[in-house]
Design a binder for this molecule. Structure first.
Ligand code: SF4
Length: 153
């Protein structure tokens, strides 16, 4: 499983400081994709177990969640890495462009973002979006936590 980038992010999971891994090999080719550099699975570097665990340990004290941007196409490795994150005390989240994920992956997630990018519908911060952000522990859609406040005169 190769990753293109690693970042500490604050908005991808409401209420969590997250360690975010951008996994290459996305097969979905959404029209207008903002991250086409994630399509080629040979791009980036292998997310070696030693690097992954060292990052989890390094940021364990300040971050609370691990997010994978993709990677569901390498199900076995993804599940192993989700389990490792959980064993280090992190919550887990997957951003996928698919409308569903197998239970074998969902069983190791606290949150999932479902749905492809559709430019005219917008992302999670738009009320028109086709995407869904689900809290899997409560089985509720929490898209409303991404909406920007609207101010009126
Ligand atoms: S799922 Fe995300 S990365 Fe993959 S093609 Fe769609 S927008 Fe791009």
């Amino acid at each position: 499983m190769n990753f293109y980038d690693f970042q500490i992010v604050f908005q991808e999971v409401p209420g969590e400081i997250s360690l975010c891994f951008y996994i290459t090999g996305c097969p979905l080719s959404c029209d207008g994709c903002h991250s086409p550099f994630l399509w080629n699975k040979d791009k980036g570097d292998e997310l070696k177990l030693s690097l992954y665990t060292s990052l989890l340990e390094k940021y364990q004290a300040i971050a609370s969640c691990v997010v994978f941007m993709g990677g569901e196409w390498e199900q076995g490795t993804l599940i192993d890495y989700l389990k490792i994150a959980q064993s280090h005390g992190f919550k887990t989240c997957l951003y996928t462009g698919q409308d569903w994920i197998p239970k074998s992956i969902a069983n190791h997630l606290d949150y999932v973002k479902l749905g492809p990018w559709v430019a005219e519908k917008g992302g999670l911060d738009q009320i028109t979006t086709n995407q869904q952000f689900i809290d899997l522990k409560t089985k509720t859609n929490i898209n409303h936590l991404f909406l920007k406040p609207q101010y009126h005169d």
